[in-house]
Design a protein. Structure first.
Length: 76
């Protein structure tokens, strides 16, 4: 499943920057664990498209399927 997400932070007031975030303590044990391999975040559409092209490089090209037209009956 692929989804597109955009997120941000609410500004402190109109025309002002967002409030400063509090520092988060890093858990040294969590940093030593391998990253989850099925979750990737791309910072731009170009990066996501490049990765999609790389993923799909060995896939066969698929042309659109057209419905089969039945031959018209001729009246005798």
């Amino acid at each position: 499943m692929r989804i597109r997400i955009a997120w941000g932070r609410r500004r402190a007031a109109e025309g002002e920057p967002a409030p400063v975030l509090q520092a988060v303590e890093q858990d040294p044990e969590a940093l030593s664990r391998p990253k989850y391999p099925y979750f990737r975040v791309y910072d731009s559409e170009e990066e996501a498209l490049a990765q999609a092209a790389l993923r799909n490089r060995d896939q066969p090209a698929v042309s659109p399927v057209r419905p089969i037209e039945e031959p018209k009956k001729t009246e005798s």
